[in-house]
Unconditional design. Sequence first.
Length: 550
Amino acid sequence: MIAIKMVFPWGRYYAHPWGLNPVRLREAEWPPSPWRLVRALASSWFRCHPGCTLSQDAAQLLEYLGVALPEIGFGRVAFGQTVHYQPNYGVTADRDDARYKKTRHENHFVAVHGPVIFRWPDIDLSSTHESLLAKMLTEVSYFGRAESICKVEKIAASDIEAMDGIGWCRPTSGRKISAQCRDVFCPNPENFRVTDLWARRGDNPSVESEEAPAHLVNALLSTDMKADGAVWVSYEMPEDWPAKRVVRTPRIAKHQSVPANRGPRIARYLRFSLQCRIPIHQKFTMPLAEQFRTAASRYFRDQFGEDQTSFALFGHQQDRPADAIGEHQHAFYLPTRGLSIPSSLDERGSIAELHVWCPYGLTQAEAQILQRIQRLVWKDGRYPVRPVLTAMSLEPPQGLPLATGNVKCRVWRSETPFLPPRHFYRTSRGEHKMREAESPERQLIACLRQAGVTASGEVRRLTLSGERPDTLESLPPVPYWSIVRAPDGEFTGAVSSAAHTNGGGTSPEPNRQRIGFFMEIAFDTEVALPMPAFGHSNHFGLGLFVPAIG
């Protein structure tokens, strides 16, 4: 058996179905096309061997994969789209009367959480071909459009069995019209040739040819994109498709007379995939979370009026319910990188997801308020962020390293800076001096004790790395955070971060900068932290702790 695992660190798969006019699109290609995968492998070989013809081993490998239809596995997904307008200079008989117009473009994508698996159960490769395939996979950096950054690698059958929540699409014979089937563009097992990936058969292509062919898409535009050696195949989707595998945002009534906080608590955890045309640096964690909460507040007032509020969403103490026992029961808004994806795959350290965790619980109306948020305008507003719901449940999914009281680990490290709640330094004659009794380490211990953590252990400060971290003790690169530079060594590893100000970001006063530190907590035994974040602005993603790996 051959199996290939594909991971999307930015949580998105942008691809249009082969040959379909973009104007007619209603959603992105799904599941991913095996034809696209084989073409990506051929491209990776040419990328490693510029100016060379395809080797015999590579040609044999690609044909092995092309003459058999793979099974495709994936977890839960959500379909979405972004819209942008392209300036278009109007054409008229009189050039002086021409005006700029705007052409609407819809970019359809699939928000993907977890890996996508391609497996060929009946194919076994020689050691030479296995080694070649592994090298080719390392050169595949995106899949579909260039926004679909990915990491691809071979995996063993035992690794697939250990994965939870994977549903399998399996090829059928020919094409079928069924709600449980979707058409997938594949290499034709009956007559596929490796040269079909880049040339038309009418041009008599040869693997040994040293002349670069015309671009295949340009060559096929006059033939309705009918590629030689390719065929549409109906794949039978998993049994729970689409009811339990596709996350959909329901239509929401604009006005409701029933109070938002009335009714059963249907969810405590929501996960949103954050879709943006550029990577979002981690230093924008707090402003992005605050922007999300502000948008929720705006939609809440619009739907329920100014005289109603929600403790679960906004944490107003005057509206605290009697059954909200304990502190920090209202919602945490936690923008993060893909926590289910190893940090080694996300080299930019950029924000890809937003997790909402509310220990008290959300009613259906409160959860729908969060699902109404379709656009976040951050920084200068040039590149808006689109939140796409990918999960909603009473408890976080298994394997998600979010500290909610059910994940145990001995060592916890801060994913974002811990901001001490109280001022811990004094300035005297231009010099900064640390207050020993209010040191960041002591304040973190106090936060843990206040949250009910009594286990013994050690709290220590981590140092910053100026380059991409290679070891577990390294932290995000220096350019992602503003470094605090002081003449003495007491502020080693300190960063400056925007902090939350009262008013949820609606006040004209800009976010204040506070000094924070990356911290590590090493307990003597495995401990489950009851809260995901600690310190100042912890409900907005700062001071987020995750289990250390290794």
